[in-house]
Design a protein around this ligand. Sequence first.
Ligand SMILES: [Zn+2]
Length: 521
Amino acid sequence: MSANIHWADITADRIIKQLGEKDVYTLASGITPSGVVHFGNFREVITVDLVARGLRAKGKKVRFIFSWDDYDTFRKVPANMPKQDELAKYMFQPIVDTPDPFGEHESYAAHHERSFEAQLEKVGIEVEPLYQAVKYRAGEYRKGIRTTLEKRDEIAAILNEHRTSPLGEDWMPVSVYCEKCNTDHEIKNIKWDGKSALSYECNNCQNKGQLDLETTERVKLPWRMDWPMRWAHEQVDFEPGGKDHSSQGGSYTTAKEIVKLYDWRSPIYLQYDFVSIKGAGGKMSSSKGNLITVNDILKVYEPEMVRWIFASYKTNVDFAVSFDLDVIKTYEDFDRQERQAYGVEAANEKKAAMAKRVYELSQISTMPSEMPFQPAFRHLTNILQIHDGDIKAARSFYDSDIKNERDERRFNERAACAKHWLENYAPEDFKFSVNSSNINYECESNTKSFLTAFKQVLEKDWASFDDKSLHEKMYEVIHEHEVEPPVAFKALYQSLISQDRGPKLASFILTVGKDRVIQLL
Ligand SMILES: [Zn+2]
C-alpha cells in the first residue's frame, strides 16, 4: 500500500472513506467534441486517471468512464476547421450528424473523438468511452428523460435559486431536435401530456411535431439536467471539474441538487485549476484557433514527462507547460526526480518518497527495475546539431550508454523531442550548424597566432583532454598570446560555427571531434 503523500492517493482515500467499501468505484470524465480537444481538457482526464491509479494502488477496482457529449448541438464552427461554409450548414444539429470536414471519419464528432482517444493511449490512459448520441438514440436514458419531465417544477426551483430572472412558465427541462430540420435552437412550445406525447413547434422550419417518448430519438436533456441524470445512470462516484463549472451557481452547484431527483447523490468532487502554455509563440495563438493538443506537447516532452508534469502539480495550482527555454529546465527537473526515485541521487526522506510516487504515477507501463539512461537535454541538442539533426548519427555518441530497450526508447523519444524543439521553439542564439569548411577567420595577428597555437595543441594532445583539462589548456594558450578571452572565444566560435557565441567550448570541441575541429581552425 502506498503512503498517502500524493494528492491522487489522498483523494482515493477520501473516496473510500466517504463511500465505504465498494466492488467497483466509477470515475467519470467527459468532453463535448465541439472541435479539437486541447491540452486544457487533458487536465481533467489525467486528474481522473491519477486518482484511478491511487485507488488501484489500494487494491480497488475502478471503472473509468469517459463521456463524449456528441449528441450536444453544434454551436459554432471553429476557426481552425476546413470547409467552413459546409460546416456552417450543420449549425444547431447534433455534433454527431455533422460531417467530418477532413473526410476521414464517419462524422465531425468521430474525427475529434478518435484523435483524442489516440492521444490518451499514447500517455497510458485507458478509458471506457461512452458515446452519448448512441445512448440517447438507443433509448438508454428514457427513464431519466421521463423523471426530468416529471420533476420539471423541482428542477426549475433549483435553477431559479441561481438566476436573476426566474424561468418562464413555459420552460421545459428538455430539448428537441426537430424531425424536419434536425436543429434544436428554435424549438418553442414544448408540451408534455403527462404520458408519452411530447409536442413542439420549430420556428426554424415552421414544423409542428409530436414525439412518442417511448420510441423517439430526438429528445435530449440540456447540460444542467444531462450531467446529474448521467451521474445517476452510471452511478458515478467521482468526477472532477474545472473552475468554470465550480463557481457559485455554476452547473456543479445545481447538478448536486438536481441529482437527488434521480435518486442518486453527487459524486465526490475535486476542482482543478487552469493550465496554460508558455513560449509556443504565434503559431499556437488561440485566436487563430490553433489550439495546443496533447500531441503538440508530446512532440516536445516524452510521454512519461507529460504525465509527470501534470502529476507534479496539485490540482488547485495553475501552471504553464513550457515550450521555450524552460523546456531544458523541465527535463533537468524530471531527470533529477528520476534519480531521486531510484535513490541514485540523495534527497531527504519526504522528498525522495514524493519523487518516487510522482515517478510511479508518470509511468506508461510498469516502472523499470533499473533507472533508464538520461541523455541530458541541453547536451543532446548540441549533439544533434553537430550531426546536422540526424538522430541516427547522433545516437553513435551514446552507443555505450544505451543498454536495453527502455534506454533505446528513451534516446529515440528524447532525441525526436530535442530535434522538434530546436526546429520550432528554440531561441535563435541556441541554434548553430558546424561549418563545412575552413572560413579563414580574419582577425588581429595575436588572435591568429592564438588560433594556430591552440590548433597545434589539439593536434598533439587531443587524446589526453577531457572537458576540464581542455578548458584549462585553452585559457593557458589565450594568456600566452595575450588575447582578451572574449576575443579568443569569438574567434573559435566563428571558425567552428560562424557565430559569436555557442555551446560551452571545451566540451563542444571534444564532441565535434578532432578531425573536424582541426580542419576548421
Ligand atoms: Zn425544424
